[in-house]
Design a protein around this ligand. Structure first.
Ligand SMILES: Nc1ncnc2c1ncn2[C@@H]1O[C@H](COP(=O)(O)OP(=O)(O)OP(=O)(O)O)[C@@H](O)[C@H]1O
Length: 288
């Protein structure tokens, strides 16, 4: 494991956030400072995991990177220009966001319509990416006919088919069962190793971050800030061997799990704040 400064000198930047602050207004009109001084440079083709406890502002960073919202201070640039939504930028959400009345093929085709492709080229590309996620037999099925894992594979095919330079992924596998989730991680890695978009991947899972990322950015809460940036020095592809038995994996995992635990326990806004979860537990203890 190797800590790195956030700046990367002469490396060309796919995504660059500089001194970003963001404040929202709460329902009662009070300001809520969500991000403080976020500085992050990511080179093309790099897979970055944004890891942090609930509410620390991970999704807000994605929305800034997508240009959907603007920072109150600082700058957000994508390949040297202010961030804005467009076909260069893909998004994959936890909730799949497929068009319910369109078939698998039509869902992918619809996304491709944002690109300057001839009809035949678009159809070929849609079918190719559907095949890449193993869903050719389901190309004419509707989302309601698919399992959660299959729907997310359609969402992956749709995102990668556009061949975006940047892919923003917001906890895409969080609602999928544990076994399918591991398979989805492999599916994602297969696609990414072929295409190498820059990926910003939000997760709460330490294991998922280590299995997928070149770099892990650990965020802390209230206001959200970068606590630590770590390069993952484990060889790829990581699913071809038992990465969990690698001492580097165990060291990194133990470190990140402890940091995540501390971030939650030391956050005065957390419901766990001040509780002694690690003390000796007996059936009579008040928290039992
Ligand atoms: N548009 C908004 N208006 C007001 N508050 C907002 C808005 N968007 C986000 N927030 C607040 O900002 C904080 C950070 O939210 P965000 O979704 O970025 O965190 P997160 O780390 O992605 O959380 P989680 O892991 O639970 O999804 C939360 O307290 C959230 O309620």
């Amino acid at each position: 494991m190797r800590g790195t400064p956030c700046g990367t000198g002469t490396v060309p930047r796919a995504l660059s956030l500089r001194g970003v602050d963001k404040t929202f207004a709460t329902r009662d009109g009070q300001p809520l400072r969500v991000l403080s001084d976020i500085t992050l440079d990511v080179g093309p083709g790099t897979f970055v995991a944004l890891l942090g406890p609930s509410g620390c502002g991970k999704t807000t960073v994605l929305r800034l990177a997508n240009g959907l919202i603007q920072p109150d201070a600082g700058s957000v640039e994508v390949f040297g220009a202010p961030a804005r939504p467009g076909p260069d930028m893909g998004f994959v959400f936890q909730s799949f966001r497929l068009i319910p009345w369109a078939t698998v093929r039509a869902n992918v085709d619809f996304a491709l319509r944002a690109l300057p492709l001839a009809d035949a080229e678009r159809a070929e590309r849609a079918d190719r990416y559907i095949a890449m996620v193993g869903l050719s037999r389901f190309a004419d099925s509707y989302p309601r006919e698919l399992s959660g894992g299959m729907k997310q594979r359609v969402a992956l095919a749709r995102a990668f088919a556009c061949e975006p330079r940047i892919l923003l992924m917001d906890e895409p596998f969080a609602s999928i069962d544990a076994q399918t989730r591991e398979l989805m991680q492999i599916e994602l890695m297969r696609l990414w190793m072929l295409q190498r978009s820059m990926v910003l991947f939000v997760t709460h899972s330490v294991d998922e971050a280590i299995l997928l990322a070149d770099r892990i950015v650990l965020m802390g809460p209230r206001p959200g800030r970068i606590m630590e940036t770590l390069d993952v020095d484990l060889p790829r592809p990581r699913w071809t061997y038992d990465v969990r038995s690698d001492p580097r994996y165990r060291t990194l995992r133990a470190h990140l799990a402890r940091r995540m635990f501390e971030l939650v326990m030391n956050d005065p806004h957390s419901e766990f704040f001040g509780r002694d979860l690690t003390g000796h537990w007996t059936p009579d203890s008040p928290d039992g």
